[in-house]
Design a protein. Structure first.
Length: 412
């Protein structure tokens, strides 16, 4: 038995739990809990204008619902990641889902925007558990190429869900409104809570973090935050997510207000482009060495992001916008799956904590980049954001390529 996170990190051959009986159902389970962050925020985006009228409030106050949910998910990532390393994945996920369900129920009875915003904080807190455990549970069961395949699916979900969420919400908003969408979220939460009770624990007591005080948890985070290899992979994933959110934040204005597409046409274009990320996430598996796939993804993302930035800056024809947007998103999809896998390979001995850091850093980048595309001239600010974030990814990819290989996923 290992008694500290430091000792666990030194273990050369980590133990794995037995594989689930049905791989296909396990994949579906992981994919759904991996999509919770998008379910919480992105599906109800199209209903914000109507909510503003219903609650007789301002746009900024209505947008606070998104900010508070993201804050909750960030806090939840830290809380549930550490808790799952200490107490196990299953009870942690069940408790977090119950919090999600209860807060969703209560939010349906919101009489004013302030009460709704508070509910959103707890809703995000509960969803944070699902989000974190979607990457830590697979690391308990698989490693190497098998983990890479499952992380590719999680990468697809993490990349596609933020893009498709508003599209689905848009179709639903006119029919059932924000309360109807929240009822859908409630049903999903209930189903996943029951489903979780049917899965066996993937982190047995002998492999858990033996933490007895706050300092033990802090030590676990310090071990990973000071691990340069781990942080390079985490930051590359976060930067790719930052590019995605820059695209998501600017696309409605560019496609609808500038190019003149209808809401339906926008949804179809948006959803079609999201499929490119799915393709990219699976293409990363074609590389025998996962780190090579990540480096190629960073290079390709940078090249096409620069080309896309040139198109946006000069407000060129829509055809050129689309020609460069698709491969840009495809290469970012390669990063989602490869960086996820490499991060969890390095941090698997504290998989819950590693997943928490992966989530928090990702949301920090998303929170920073998203509002930047709206500063001043949106075409210019979006172009600058594209180049800046992908340049960071390119530099980190160069750093990663110089790391001495420690696992098969990195070995040249």
């Amino acid at each position: 038995m290992v008694n500290s996170s430091v000792n666990k990190s030194d273990s050369p051959t980590p133990e794995l739990s037995s594989a689930p009986r049905s791989y296909a159902m396990f994949v579906v389970f992981i994919a759904i809990i991996g999509a919770f962050s998008s379910l919480v925020n992105d599906m109800y985006l199209p209903t914000i204008p109507s909510m503003m009228k219903e609650f007789h409030t301002t746009p900024s106050m209505t947008q606070m619902g998104i900010s508070m949910a993201m804050l909750g998910m960030g806090l939840g990532s830290v809380l549930w990641g550490s808790a799952s390393d200490r107490y196990g994945r299953k009870p942690t996920l069940i408790i977090s889902l119950i919090i999600f369900v209860l807060s969703t129920v209560v939010s349906l009875f919101s009489a004013n925007i302030t009460f709704f915003i508070i509910c959103r904080l707890f809703q995000g807190l509960g969803a944070g558990g699902a989000m974190v455990l979607s990457t830590s549970i697979p690391a308990d069961v698989y490693m190497g190429r098998q983990l890479a395949k499952l992380m590719a699916i999680v990468g697809v979900v993490n990349g596609v869900a933020p893009a498709l969420g508003p599209v689905l919400g848009g179709f639903m908003s006119d029919l059932i409104g924000w309360k109807g969408i929240f009822v859908v979220l409630l049903v999903i939460g209930l189903v996943m809570t029951v489903w979780t009770t049917r899965y066996r624990e993937t982190l047995p007591p002998q492999r858990r973090l033996q933490a007895h005080s706050i300092s033990d948890y802090v030590a676990a985070y310090k071990t990973l935050f000071t691990n340069g290899r781990f942080m390079i992979y985490v930051t590359i994933k976060a930067v790719a997510i930052g590019l995605l959110y820059a695209y998501i934040s600017s696309a409605p204005f560019i496609l609808q207000s500038h190019y003149g597409f209808s809401a339906l046409a926008f949804g179809l274009i948006f959803g079609g482009n999201a499929l490119a990320m799915s393709v990219g996430s699976t293409l990363a598996l074609k590389f025998k060495v996962m780190k090579q796939g990540m480096v190629v993804g960073c290079i390709g993302m940078f090249v096409f992001a620069v080309a896309e930035a040139f198109v946006i800056w000069n407000q060129s024809a829509f055809l050129w916008y689309e020609i460069f947007a698709v491969p840009m998103l495809l290469f970012s999809g390669m990063i989602f799956s490869s960086a996820n896998t490499l991060s969890m390979e390095v941090g698997r001995s504290e998989a819950g904590t590693a997943s928490a850091i992966l989530s928090v850093v990702k949301y920090v980048f998303a929170a920073i980049v998203s509002p930047l595309v709206g500063l001043g001239n949106m075409f210019h600010s979006t172009a600058i954001a594209y180049v800046a974030v992908t340049l960071i990814a390119l530099f980190l990819a160069w750093k990663a390529s110089r790391l001495t290989a420690l696992t098969d996923m990195e070995r040249n």
